[in-house]
Design a protein around this ligand. Structure first.
Ligand SMILES: [Zn+2]
Length: 74
């Protein structure tokens, strides 16, 4: 039985508010060294997160930070 990898979303990305794994990407911002910052909004509860993805080292989320509604800091 082979499944569990059919989703394009990186493993480990789970909404800390409602526990779902589905997010809208609202913004993608290249940073440097191949790193990309993406802003995501939970499809279910609307919680906002910012992820920092790097090509070097860990291919998954290097950071997964919850943002308060309206917060738009660096
Ligand atoms: Zn949620």
């Amino acid at each position: 039985m082979k499944d569990g990898t059919k989703s394009a979303e990186p493993v480990g990305l789970v909404c800390r508010r409602c526990g779902c794994r589905h997010f809208f990407v609202t913004h993608t911002e290249p940073i440097k060294d191949g790193a990309v910052r993406r802003r995501r909004v939970c499809r279910h509860c609307g919680a906002k997160y910012v992820s920092l993805e790097t090509l070097t080292g860990d291919p998954a989320w290097s950071q997964f930070v919850r943002k308060k509604d309206g917060a738009d800091g660096p």
